[in-house]
Write a protein that binds this ligand. Structure first.
Ligand SMILES: [Zn+2]
Ligand SMILES: [Zn+2]
Length: 388
């Protein structure tokens, strides 16, 4: 039986929702505590999601140590009972007033950002660059939400999500794979912001982290040719080949610039930098052909020096992308649901949610060649060693 309560929120007997839940919260920098929190109540255009699995992202590690780029209630996220975690999936447990786009019991994966929906950027579909970023509290509540950045995220038993951020997961897709859709969505956003018409065009991806590896898979699925991956870790380059790279270049033993010129003649049509170091930004600019496009999909931590004049003289376009705008996650899901590539090749480890600190340590120190570490709520099903 399902019914709406006096506040218009719909619950169902098949998915009983408790009043309290376990949630990891950030204390001081690098301090995570498991506490009991009230289960949140969904508002208009929102649903309550029971978290089933959540993947760990390098950005989570940054937030836990430095606070940025999270911004909670107008400032750093420390000691505010803030729950990080943004690459999660789960099952809908309650629907806010008026919500009929989903049913209780639907399996969903989520994208991070629900912009305010009313600023110039949100109106253009660029909700990851919302002008009201973080304004969701007090008398400046513009309704902006970014799970695990400006609102509570997925290292908990339940989380609230705007309906615009949820995508149904097909029965054929595992929980772990579904947590990777938003990462593939970020890769997709980079490629589609560059113009998207990459079929038959050369694409170089620098940096075989999760976004880079899935950028290889997405570029290949979009028909790019050749797809070249530049990396320094042999095991990751090997996964790049499995995900569709035509050529991998080991940047330690080969001259990446010379190799790309050799493979493409005039240089690459598109270069996606997923490493974000001074060296890779320079590589990206100089391996792009005249009139080609460079996408910065990683955030360099400090100012970088590069030949801006070379870019202008050669009519090279430089794009910065943030996150997974313009419904790119839906396009990524379409490819993954259709088994165009196997994103689980980047999933290396699984831990139960109670072992989150250990899972974070594996991700941070890349223990046992960890790439994507997934935390599962189904503790009995989760193994603390290698996954599938
Ligand atoms: Zn992430
Ligand atoms: Zn906005």
């Amino acid at each position: 039986m399902t019914e709406r309560n006096a506040q218009g929120v719909k619950y169902a007997d098949m998915m009983p929702v408790p009043d309290k839940m376990k949630a990891w919260v950030l204390g001081d920098p690098d301090e995570l505590k498991l506490i009991d929190k009230d289960v949140p109540v969904p508002g208009r255009a929102e649903a309550l999601v029971r978290i089933d699995a959540v993947a760990i992202c390098a950005t989570d590690l940054e937030i836990i140590s430095y606070g940025t780029p999270a911004m909670f209630e107008g400032g750093p996220p420390f000691n505010k009972n803030f729950t990080p975690g943004h690459e999660y999936m789960g099952t809908i447990a309650a629907l806010g007033p008026g919500v009929d786009e989903f049913e209780i019991g639907d399996r969903v994966t989520v994208e991070i950002h629900a912009g305010c929906g009313q600023c110039k950027r949100c109106r253009a579909g660029m909700y990851t660059s919302c002008h009201n970023y973080g304004l969701n509290y007090g008398d400046r509540d513009k309704g902006h939400r970014a799970n695990g950045f400006t609102t509570n995220g997925g290292f908990a038993e339940y989380a609230i999500n705007n309906i615009n951020t949820m995508i149904k997961v097909p029965d054929t897709m595992s929980d772990a794979e579904a947590t990777l859709v938003v990462t593939a969505g970020t890769s997709m956003y980079g490629l589609t912001e560059l113009g998207g018409l990459v079929a038959g065009e050369s694409v170089v991806v620098i940096g075989p982290g999760p976004i880079g590896l899935l950028a290889v898979a997405v570029a290949k699925s979009l028909g790019a040719s050749p797809v070249v991956l530049v990396g320094t870790r042999e095991n990751r380059n090997k996964i790049g080949l499995e995900l569709g790279a035509d050529v991998v270049i080991d940047a330690r033993s080969e001259d990446a610039l010379a190799r790309v010129k050799e493979l493409t003649g005039k240089g690459a049509d598109y270069v996606v930098d997923c490493a974000g170091t001074e060296a890779t930004v320079n590589q990206a600019v100089h391996m792009t052909n005249r009139g080609g496009k460079v996408c910065l999909a990683a955030f360099p931590k400090k100012p970088v020096e590069f030949d801006l004049g070379y870019l202008a003289v050669n009519n090279i376009y430089l794009y910065g992308i943030r996150g997974e705008g313009r419904s790119a996650t839906h396009r990524a899901m379409a490819f993954m649901a259709d088994k165009r590539f196997d994103a689980t090749k980047v999933h290396t480890h699984t831990f139960p949610m109670s072992d989150l600190p250990e899972a974070l340590r594996y991700a941070r120190e890349r223990i046992d060649d960890a790439i994507k570490v997934v935390v599962s709520m189904k503790d009995s099903a989760a193994k603390s060693a290698a996954a599938e």
